[in-house]
Ligand binder design. Structure first.
Ligand code: G6P
Length: 611
């Protein structure tokens, strides 16, 4: 979290920085700031969003060909003007922007204070900045060495950019644990936390590795590893276009991304699920397939929506491949001394590929000798680079903080994996395998039909926009969908919502049921259909309100529920993909009607790069 941008070249830096910050605002939006270098370093920063910063800076010309900018998600110190980045060292020599956490900041701060260094903010970042400034002032070293020496004393994570007033021809960037990408132009360089601010200028990028320090001049980039060796930068080409990170005529990124799902699901299985030969190929797993087939256990790790996708994965792998699965929150996994055997397979799921808890869990699983696979969306991000093998979702850039298309693409990948392993293991007959492939191909068109129900769902949303609580129920494969539906509602509309296995309702949540709280039931036709019909009756018997997601033509539930949303018929494996879409739309419309900022909900960030 926190977005970082930097520029060095012949252009005016400010428009590049402001544009870039707007693209990165999904990473945090508590405060924003920029620093511009021309003879001196000018810093402008304030609490609020990038638009607040623009207002704060006004129309006066702000010139400089070197600069950096930051949009913050607060960790240390409340969001206010003083705690906003960039931070300037006490002696005015250095300016820094930082993403991550300096864990030993309190001790470093005390030591610097004892030596007479003054602090203005409550941030860990200012501590690092002052440490660099102090080392520079008290040793015979240049700016690069001052940065290196300071970083050697730091415990924690950082992606950072530094400018030094005495060396006005360069930016110094360093990475450990928090992502940084450098865009390579013609005698100009761009820097950012991810590639979205860069793609409109250049498609050639360099992803920094942990421990790397880059010294960037207009005409030259020097990359040094943690061992201080000069490394040849590996230039990669971006595979997405600027059009993919615009709203494309939709009111919000979230709505655009919900509507992109037919395409993104198809993009994710294109070339992998082959209708012509009725075969399934996953190139990224080719070498590890024998281990997957022999796996005694799969452990899936992730956070937030990715964890929910992992729960769907549990049903898929156990049902289709008969492999026992455990699904763990990445944060919990790390801290409870997990038992991992060498023949366990660990699958890490992450849209961003940068979630700190997931990355740390991967490192632990690798230390314990497990084969670790990744399911990620952002190409070149940290998780694909840390894992032994993996499969990319091809959802395209997801900007809305509430994850939508990433979830359905993650489930698409998990379904492909489970079907493939099931077939290779001999659990699935050829006939069943072919049927599953034929049904797979139909998912995008079915998703499209659900999107056509948007107006109907909007009407339902208008009736419940003012509720304070909601309950989401599902069974089996559809239980994780209920969890995801509840998460979507609470994160963007701030309505308290809980997801529950429908049968568990009677062990607690049933006490909440009244004529005000909507109960959203995911009740498509599957093996436990009769049971969930009974659960709906239990809600109705207590004057509850039922909004049911059902299979087209279901007259039984239509007669019982207050509202039904009919989705195309699909077996369990694919019903998860379809049934989540109306829940995404329901949350979206309720949040918009409540006046919430759906793309940037309060207190959240898209990419959580702190533990
Ligand atoms: C944040 C986001 C969620 C996301 C979670 C995991 O909390 O707001 O939408 O599901 O992080 O992110 P990842 O990038 O690892 O999937």
């Amino acid at each position: 979290m926190c977005g970082i941008v930097g520029y060095i070249g012949d252009r005016e830096a400010l428009p590049v920085l402001i544009n870039g910050l707007k693209r990165l605002e999904y990473r945090g939006y508590d405060s924003a700031g920029v620093a511009l270098l021309r003879n001196q370093i000018d810093v402008y920063k304030c609490k609020g969003k990038v638009s607040d910063l623009e207002r704060f800076m006004g129309d006066a010309p702000h010139s400089g060909n070197i600069g950096m900018g930051h949009t913050r998600w607060a960790t240390h110190g409340e969001p206010n003007d003083v705690n906003a980045h960039p931070h300037t060292s006490y002696n005015g020599k250095f300016v820094i922007i930082h993403n991550g956490i300096i864990e030993n900041y309190a001790r470093l701060r005390e030591r610097l204070k004892e030596r007479g260094v003054h602090f203005k903010s409550e941030t860990d970042t200012e501590v690092l900045c002052n440490l660099i400034g102090y080392i520079y002032e008290n040793s015979e070293v240049d700016a690069e060495m001052a940065v290196r020496l300071a970083l050697s004393k730091v415990v924690g994570a950082y992606g950072l950019v530094v400018m030094c007033v005495d060396e006005p021809d360069k930016l110094i960037a360093a990475r450990k644990g928090s992502p940084l990408v450098i865009g390579v132009g013609n005698e100009e360089y761009f820097l950012a936390s991810d590639a979205t601010p860069i793609v409109e200028y250049t498609k050639s990028v360099i992803y920094l590795n942990d421990g790397d320090v880059a010294i960037i001049r207009k005409e030259q980039l020097i990359l040094k590893t943690s061992a201080q060796d000069v490394a040849v930068p590996k230039v990669q080409q971006l595979t997405f276009d600027i059009g993919e990170i615009d709203k494309g005529g939709y009111e919000h990124f979230m709505l655009k991304e919900i509507f992109e799902q037919p395409q993104s699901i198809e993009d994710t299985f294109r070339g992998r699920v082959r209708a012509d030969e009725l075969e399934l190929h996953l190139g990224g797993l080719y070498e590890v397939l024998p281990q997957l087939v022999e796996a005694k256990r799969i452990v899936i790790i992730g956070c937030g929506t990715s964890w929910h996708a992992g729960l769907v994965g549990e049903y898929l792998f156990e049902d289709l491949a008969r492999i026992p699965v455990e699904v763990e929150y990445a944060s919990e996994f790390r801290y409870r001394n997990p038992i991992i055997h060498k023949d366990d397979i660990v699958i890490a799921i992450s849209q961003s590929g940068e979630t700190a808890d997931t990355l740390a869990a991967i490192k632990l699983a690798k230390e314990k000798g497990a084969l670790v696979l990744g399911i990620c969306n952002v190409v070149g991000s940290s998780i694909p680079r840390e894992t032994d093998a993996g499969v990319y979702t091809h959802a395209g850039p997801e900007i809305g903080v509430a994850s939508t298309k990433a979830f359905t693409c993650q489930v698409t990948v998990l379904a492909m994996m489970a079907i493939l392993i099931g077939k290779k293991k001999g659990v699935l007959s050829t006939e069943r395998y072919h049927d599953l492939i034929k049904e797979f191909i139909k998912v995008p068109a079915k998703t499209q039909r659900i999107l056509a129900l948007a107006d109907h769902i909007k009407k339902i949303a208008s009736l419940y926009q003012n509720v304070t609580n909601a309950l989401y129920l599902g069974r089996g494969y559809l239980f994780p969908v209920a969890l995801e539906g509840a998460l979507k509602l609470k994160e963007i509309s701030y309505i308290h919502a809980e997801g529950y296995p429908a049968a568990e309702m009677k062990h607690g949540p049933i006490a909440l049921i009244d004529d005000k709280m909507p109960v959203v039931v995911v009740a498509t036709k599957d093996s436990s259909y009769e049971k969930i019909v009974s659960n709906i009756q239990e809600v109705k018997a207590r004057s509850g309100i039922v909004i049911a997601v059902v299979t087209e033509g279901d007259t039984v539930i239509r007669d019982m529920a207050d509202h039904v949303i009919e989705i195309p018929e699909a077996e369990n494996v694919y019903a998860t993909l379809l049934s989540v879409v109306p829940l995404q739309l329901l949350s979206y419309y309720i949040a918009v009607m409540r006046g919430c900022n759906v793309d940037q909900p309060r207190n959240l960030a898209k990419s959580v790069t702190v533990e």
